[in-house]
Design a protein around this ligand. Structure first.
Ligand SMILES: Nc1nc(=O)c2c([nH]1)NC[C@@H]1CN(c3ccc(C(=O)N[C@@H](CCC(=O)O)C(=O)O)cc3)CN21
Ligand SMILES: CC(C)C(=O)C(=O)O
Ligand SMILES: [Mg+2]
Length: 287
């Protein structure tokens, strides 16, 4: 179906990325078709099979095994120390825990910056050993040779622009693309990623107006995080979304649950029962 034809078709909710009826694994072609239909879709991070299965059953169509596992799951301060071994292990778990979602593996810091050959080696490992359907890497023009080689090799690439946390030591965690020059650079980066064959672009912590302009200018979907309401998709770190992350969370996060409170309450109730002798009761006991 041509792009033009897709836009004039009536909405077919059975095909929708979220709320659709399909049970087979979602592909990057399905993602492209959603943009042609003008459909918005959600993405969450996931770092383990059990949580990923909950999101899969909830219909989340795309999950990112983010290098945010560094601070969310592995106890590092930033994403910078995350290794290929850690990424491969947790990506494989998320793939095993899901049936429908497209699983995207984040290439960790140091696994692709040396050049396209290193990037291909790292991405190939995530595809073959973990079973991911796509990989993500940070940077537009600076990561072009990597994106081109991966796409040529048959590995779908998601690009990540704006705040790129692997560069925290040079850029900090500030909003990006505020000056005219920085906004033009971001637009150039987004077009370069698209031309190199990326199937989607994450826009992190950029002004909403700029994210809207990038979204209008590209034929591939944009996925916003702290980028306002006018991107094709939205992504959040799942532990932020569910209120499990300890300490400060970015202002762009919305908390849809308070798992930190719920889980702490459960742990305290268990502990109180053990100390008070209420657990185990007769029904938990064998004779
Ligand atoms: N738990 C978690 N959530 C995330 O969204 C996330 C991670 N970890 N780790 C990797 C990156 C790092 N991210 C971050 C980290 C800090 C800010 C932050 O402090 N932002 C300021 C705004 C700064 C400004 O106004 O320029 C804020 O107050 O939200 C934002 C994104 C997003 N990613
Ligand atoms: C925040 C998303 C886009 C990410 O890169 C991550 O979770 O690592
Ligand atoms: Mg990341």
């Amino acid at each position: 179906m041509t792009l033009q034809a897709a836009q004039t078709q009536p909405a077919d909710s059975s095909k929708a990325l979220y709320g659709g009826k399909g049970t087979r694994r979602i592909t990057v072609q399905d993602i492209a078709a959603a943009k042609a239909r003008g459909e918005k879709w959600p993405m969450l991070t996931a770092y383990d099979a059990m949580t990923a299965s909950v999101f899969d059953e909830a219909g989340i169509p795309v999950m990112l095994v983010g290098d945010s596992m560094g601070n969310c799951h592995l106890g590092y301060d930033t994403t910078v120390p995350v290794t290929m071994d850690e990424m491969t292990l947790l990506s494989a778990a998320v793939v095993r825990g899901t049936k429908r979602a497209l699983i995207v593996g984040d290439l960790p810091f140091g696994s692709y910056q040396e050049g396209p050959v290193q990037a291909l080696r790292s991405a190939t490992r995530l595809v073959k050993d973990a079973g991911v359907g796509a990989v993500k890497l940070e940077g537009g023009e600076r990561s072009l040779p990597q994106t081109e080689l991966l796409v040529q090799a048959g590995i779908p690439v998601m690009s990540h622009l704006g705040l790129t946390p692997q560069s925290v030591n040079t850029m900090g965690y500030r909003v990006q693309g505020r000056s005219d020059e920085a906004a033009h650079r971001l637009l150039r980066d987004a077009k370069a990623a698209q031309d190199a064959g990326a199937f989607a672009v994450v826009l992190e912590l950029v002004p909403a107006e700029l994210a809207a302009e990038v979204t209008r200018s590209l034929h591939i979907p944009t996925i916003g995080i702290g980028a306002g309401p006018d991107t094709d998709a939205q992504v959040l770190v799942w532990t932020d979304m569910a209120g499990l992350t300890g300490g400060k969370v970015p202002r762009f996060t919305k908390q849809y649950a308070n798992l930190r409170q719920t889980l702490g309450d459960a742990a305290r109730a268990f502990a109180d029962d053990v100390v008070g002798g209420a657990f185990p009761a007769e029904e938990h006991t064998f004779h």
